[in-house]
Ligand binder design. Structure first.
Ligand code: ATP
Length: 236
């Protein structure tokens, strides 16, 4: 589980995150939803240790990780622009974090094949990223993020760069993947359909604050305030 308490982050005089608290139970698939600039990415980066809050704490399974670096946390990351290594095969991309951790060759091969199977790209190990579709690349990025068995998976607009049809496909696929491998997952999106369809719980953000947290059903049926109502209304 992840617990954020009273996190505040300023960039100069601008408050990107304003005294935010959040609990994410073990195994939950949580969506951070909100308009551009609402602080979703900042919150995700603070949870992942890529950024430190000016005030507040982050706990992971009761350990205070507030001052730990991203490297110490063993969380998996996937960002919008698939940062696969272009000069490496798919296999080596997935193997990367295992090699960094000095896994033995045999164990690397077993684990990478397991992951390629999990993301249904078992015959693509010897290809290069340029030889994959955008959707396939994001599935490899997810396989890579999961390789070292992270305890938490953080996704920032993982399907943002893809066209609508592929997005819808990957959305359903992410849900299935999470049911198979129920790692605590937090994903950022500005797409309410994506948030509502995929997640166990949705957190709606605005101007650096959490406006509402609840199951898709709760948020949809009982928007907590005018902002949430407006925001949901916009796209419908
Ligand atoms: P988006 O969907 O556009 O990424 P977001 O909800 O993820 O939006 P954040 O990326 O968390 O929002 O940014 C929140 C605010 O903080 C934005 O107004 C952004 O310009 C500002 N901000 C974020 N990072 C920095 C930085 N390193 N320096 C200055 N301002 C920043």
């Amino acid at each position: 589980s992840i617990t954020v308490r009273n996190a505040t982050k300023k960039f100069g005089t601008f408050t990107a995150l304003d005294n935010v608290s959040l609990d994410v139970p073990e195994g939950e698939l949580l969506a951070l939803l909100g308009p551009s600039g609402s602080g979703k990415t900042t919150l995700l980066r603070i949870i992942g240790g890529l950024e430190h809050a000016d005030a507040g704490t982050v706990h992971h399974s009761d350990n205070d990780v507030t001052r730990h670096s991203a490297k110490d946390r063993n969380f998996g990351f996937v960002f919008q622009h698939y940062a696969l290594f272009k000069h490496m095969t798919v296999f080596e991309n997935v193997a990367f974090s295992l090699r960094v951790r000095n896994w033995k060759n045999g164990d690397v091969t077993t684990r990478v094949n397991e992951l390629l199977h999990l993301v249904r790209l078992e015959n693509h190990g010897q290809r290069y990223p340029a030889q994959l579709s955008g959707g396939q690349r994001q599935r490899i990025a997810l396989a890579r993020a999961l390789a070292a068995r992270p305890r938490v998976l953080l996704l920032d607009e993982p399907f943002g760069a893809l066209d609508a049809r592929v997005r819808t496909e990957l959305r359903q696929w992410l849900r299935k993947l999470h049911d198979e491998v129920p790692v605590t997952t937090i994903f950022v999106t500005h797409d309410q359909e994506e948030a509502f369809e995929v997640s166990d719980r949705v957190v709606v953000m605005n101007a650096g604050k959490i406006e509402q947290a609840g199951t898709p059903q709760e948020v949809f049926d009982h928007p907590a305030n005018a902002f949430v109502m407006d925001f949901l209304g916009q796209v419908n």
